[in-house]
Design a protein around this ligand. Structure first.
Ligand code: T4K
Length: 371
């Protein structure tokens, strides 16, 4: 292949559409602090995602971090290490202790059968990750949370638009946090959203003031907040991208199907599962290379593809519980499945503008690595 293909490529609206959308910002001179675009996007996303409440933030990370602060969590939080740095960092930066639960080997989400064993009298919440847009066992998690009085905050960074049994995925748990980063299925350049149910009194008010320095009113600052507001240019990008997102997801589906048609059934290759009752968003295309059966390791496949200008990523390696930042505080041996998968996973390029023929060519190169 003679062009460079990266793991993803941002979706962008036609330039004229964006220029039209931002034109009135020059009239109003209102560029941030919950302006008209922010309010419009919030309203449209509320409807698109089918949620009770939503607040827009500067990125997915601050959505997680401030949600935990808004719930006033203290103590231990059960989560998984097979994720982006953000999930674990949000917990630690809140002064909370992450307790790592293993993942299940089929869809890489939290292994619900192991959660109860990790609960102590210090546990305050579960932070599961809908990794790659794969949906956690939301029903089992809610049962456990109800039994022990725990909050559930989903890291839904990858799960924009995903539905379970016809319901928007952010209708489960206490809170769900989306990322609208440039690399995501739906982007606002940088951005994020906190979706929440009505069951936690004052949560909405708390998140709104925490994203604006803790300011409650002109003369009242009653929380130590951050600055995490989505600005008007980002919201305008969101308004444009939202008009195209269904078409973009359909294109991603065609790419994922092209990969699937070539790679399904190849010995030593494990593909992302099709989950029951789930309407997916095709956000990532992870492949697990079981080297004994495949004959080549994940690293060998990655290197070979690079020779052809194809840049894959090891999402998510290393596990967050092995990060240097934690100086050996956690034991990845306690999450053996996550460790096993993280050493074998490679996410192949997937984005709306990748042509299915290109995906088939990439898959062909992958197959040629087999020994
Ligand atoms: N929770 C989870 C589970 C997450 O995966 C993430 C973010 C978060 C929370 C936090 O959400 P945010 O605070 O980020 O909203 C990327 C993204 O930066 C990050 O948002 C994402 N997860 C993570 C999985 O991927 P990197 O370090 O791999 O990004 P980078 O710059 O290497 O870009 C990857 C590829 O994307 C490039 O090779 C080309 C393409 N790209 C990148 C940029 C920046 C574009 O096409 N356009 C662009 O503007 O982290």
């Amino acid at each position: 292949m003679n062009k460079k293909i990266l793991v993803t490529r941002s979706s962008m609206p036609p330039m004229e559409e964006y220029i039209d959308e931002i034109r009135d910002i020059w009239d109003s001179r209102w560029m941030t602090n919950m302006g008209i675009k922010h309010q419009e996007l919030q309203k449209e996303l509320k409807e698109y995602l089918g949620v009770e409440n939503i607040d827009l933030l500067v990125n997915g990370h601050m959505s997680l971090e401030l949600s935990m602060q808004a719930l006033n969590l203290k103590g231990e939080v059960i989560t998984t290490p097979f994720t982006f740095a953000s999930t674990t960092h949000a917990i630690v930066r809140n002064g909370l202790k992450p307790v790592f639960c293993d993942i299940n080997k089929n869809d890489f989400t939290i292994d619900v059968n192991q959660i109860e064993d990790l609960i102590t009298d210090q546990t305050c919440a579960i932070v599961p990750v809908h990794v790659y847009g794969n949906i956690c066992d939301v029903e089992a998690i809610q049962k456990i949370a109800d039994k022990y009085g725990l909050k559930v905050i989903y890291d839904a960074a990858h799960a924009f638009g995903v539905k379970y049994k016809g319901h928007g995925i952010a209708t489960y748990g206490d809170v769900s946090c989306f990322s609208f980063h440039a690399t995501k299925v739906f982007n606002t350049i940088e951005g994020g959203a906190v979706c929440f149910s009505d069951k936690n009194k004052d949560f909405g008010l708390n998140i709104y003031r925490l994203k604006n320095f803790g300011i409650r009113g002109p003369e009242v600052v009653d929380a130590v907040g951050a600055n995490a507001k989505m600005n008007e240019f980002c919201a305008a990008m969101g308004l444009c991208n939202l008009r195209h997102v269904d078409a973009e997801i359909a294109k991603r589906k065609a790419v994922a199907e092209a990969y699937g048609a070539c790679l399904e059934g190849i010995e030593g290759i494990q593909l992302n599962p099709v989950q029951k009752y789930v309407t997916p968003n095709y956000s990532y295309f992870p492949v697990i290379f079981h080297e004994k059966e495949f004959g080549a390791t994940r690293n060998e496949v990655q290197k070979k593809l690079e020779e052809y200008g194809i840049y894959t990523r090891k999402y998510f390696y290393p596990l967050t519980n092995t990060f240097d930042a934690f100086h050996g505080k956690y034991d990845a041996g306690k999450t053996p499945v996550a460790l096993h998968i993280s050493k074998r996973v490679l996410t192949l390029p997937l984005y709306a503008d990748l042509r299915p023929e290109e995906a088939a060519q990439i898959a062909d190169l992958v197959i040629r690595c087999k020994k």
